[in-house]
Design a protein around this ligand. Structure first.
Ligand code: NAP
Length: 293
């Protein structure tokens, strides 16, 4: 059995950040202001806060202006939407993200639809989802965008290949299936979910298997075709006896599956680092008005 090629998301993410940083530096040299990304957070959820902090840190690393708008858990939906109006109208804000999940009394779909599509760097607004479906310029959702970039930058052949996507969430599985079937990627795509029958047999047909199911080690070696490319989107913290008290793993049983793959993403260090970088790429596009001209 051949050793698989590891898809190094950390390295590719760093390369893209360097490219963005160089572009921002040129903008500053020519006397322009830097791109400005805002993160909006409601409440005190620890995971959301650390994710937002990481976005802030990486934004600053590439030379963006980065701001955090933090609101208490009990902000009303009306007040929250008014804040978004403020961001929509601020010409010095290029893009913003609303960190999810929101408290139950705020309607998430209403909030997403309230973001100005031109500033929707998360790519969640119905206008951007529709434009993506029609292969028009749009902000692509960060995780699928990152995965497409990983595939492209590793020179993985996609044309005419069978791609199986496990999971149909709005933010990962469904847009992933759309992107892999579009002209340019040209895969024949099967989108699987909890009602799919014969899942193992379907996965075994995949030249490219993308697992976004949210169940640790769900993909086992008997589900993977010899020589397949396996992309693992899952992120799970599993408690153990280590100093940290946990280790991080994905939706794929990496140790058993990797020997059968031609390419595979590790967890951590595969898809994860690409997500924030894709958000930064979208923000630069928003600043340059590349999507909505
Ligand atoms: P999600 O919203 O929970 O969706 C999971 C999907 O998997 C659903 O479509 C569900 O089907 C399907 N599913 C669940 N059990 C199944 C089974 N036994 N057989 C077939 N399909 C099954 O999850 P998500 O937000 O897409 O996230 C998926 C994973 O990726 C999570 O571990 C998450 O933490 C991770 N993630 C990572 C990143 C990153 O940056 N690396 C970003 C986002 C998410 P139904 O639709 O039928 O319920």
């Amino acid at each position: 059995m051949k050793k698989p090629i590891l898809i190094d998301g950390k390295l590719i993410a760093q390369t893209i950040k360097n490219e963005i940083k160089a572009e921002v530096s040129k903008l500053l040299d020519s006397g322009k202001r830097p791109p400005h990304l805002v993160a909006v957070l409601v409440g005190n959820d620890g995971a959301s806060l650390s994710y937002v902090k990481s976005k802030e840190k990486q934004s600053k690393e590439v030379g963006f202006t980065s701001s955090l708008y933090k609101f208490p858990e009990n902000i009303t939906e009306k007040e929250f939407l008014e804040t978004l109006d403020f961001l929509n109208n601020d010409s010095e804000v290029d893009g913003y993200i609303v960190q999810l999940p929101l408290p139950k009394h705020i309607d998430t779909k209403k909030v997403i639809a309230h973001v100005d599509p031109q500033k929707d760097v998360d790519g969640f607004h119905p206008a951007n989802a529709g434009r993506m479906l029609l292969s028009m310029p749009s902000y692509l959702p960060a995780t699928p965008y990152g995965i497409v970039t990983l595939i492209e930058r590793n020179g993985i052949e996609t044309s005419g290949k069978n791609c199986v996507v496990l999971g149909r969430s709005d933010i990962v599985g469904t847009p992933m299936a759309v992107l892999m079937s579009r002209k340019g990627m040209d895969c024949t795509v099967t989108l699987c979910h909890s009602k799919t029958q014969n899942l193992k047999e379907i996965c075994k047909q995949a030249d490219i298997l993308i697992a976004a199911i949210g169940k640790p080690h769900f993909v086992t070696e008997d589900m993977v075709k010899e020589g397949a490319t396996v992309i693992d989107v899952g992120i799970h913290r599993i408690e153990d006896n280590s100093e940290k008290g946990y280790y991080v793993t994905g939706d794929v049983d990496y140790e058993k599956v990797a020997p059968h793959c031609s390419y595979i993403t590790p967890v951590p260090g595969g898809v994860g680092p690409m997500t924030i970088v894709s958000l930064l790429s979208n923000t630069l596009k928003a600043y340059k008005k590349e999507v909505y001209k």
